[in-house]
Design a protein. Sequence first.
Length: 264
Amino acid sequence: MPELAEVFYFAKQWDVGQGQLIADVALHEKSRVFRGCDVAALQSGLIGQKLRAFRTHGKQMLFEFSNGHWLGLHLGMTGDLKSRPQPYTPEKHDHLVLNTKKLALVFTDPRMFGRVQYFCGKALPEPWLKLPPQPMDEGFTLPRVQSILQRHPKTPLKALLLDQRYFPGVGNWMADEVMWQMRLLPTTPAGELEAKQTSALRKTLKKVCEVALKTIGMDWSDPPESWLFLHRWDKNKSCPRCGVGLVKEDLRGRTACWCPACQR
Ligand SMILES: [Zn+2]
């Protein structure tokens, strides 16, 4: 599932269409990705508008069009954005295609856990006004992190890091990375962190998000080799810090990867 940096990278794929007039919108109106969305309004709203800008927040994307039209996208498990030159023939899983004279801006999603939303209005859409701060945002303060941990003292920290209400954009590999960099077992109860560790958690989350955005988010390049990231996918995976074999096990329905030697 795409995490914060991957989401930013995908959103950027439509950026080549900035300033271009949407001449036509092709979509699969019965597709599950349009649940709760007024498809007719989306179609008539976007045709004739120009793509102005995009922003992402956690795992969500928002595209701004001229005259107060907005398109919200969530990639779900298998969603993907791409741009293709015209003439473009939509493929089976292309549920939404915005056609300009030169380009096709394509949203494709084989498993359809993704979601499309349409908003109309001059101001930022309502749901975007009340999003929780991302780990690299100013509002992601130490008191905020402390109160999250205190609210869920028994939850394994790794599992809590995946909760999008608190850590928007953090997904499986990022949560494992944070636990590994902090040398804590993924099962560590959130309430057991000492004050120093809570402060380190905030800083580590911020750093992992920022570096991921600068690498994966920018050009799909890899985060530093010294991180767990590159090694967790290896066949004979071993810890880049101590060389001991990494463990992969299920934790609350997600695969956690950690080093049995340096995480305690
Ligand atoms: Zn190790």
